[in-house]
Design a protein around this ligand. Sequence first.
Ligand code: FES
Length: 101
Amino acid sequence: MAEWVEVARVSDIPSSTTKRVEVRGLALALFNLDGQFFALEDTCPRDEGSLSQGDLFGDLVQCPVEACKYELATGHCITFDARVQAFEVKVEGAAVKVKLD
Ligand code: FES
């Protein structure tokens, strides 16, 4: 059953920054876009680039290896045929929580 799991504190991820966390064997890239938080699987499926090391372009993150641009909200790559898993995120008090199976 899916449950909300705290993965970071809000103060860990200032606006326009990214943080990599590992939780339950998953590597996640967390993004703060002007106070709106997103979570994607961190590892790009094309050649294992770490999306938490990528640059932000609006609501897209660019993989640092081959420049695939992923939508933060969906995990869909707009430049190649690729996708990473996107997770629901919510903020409760000072906690950033992700919905995990
Ligand atoms: S490893 Fe991400 S685009 Fe190639």
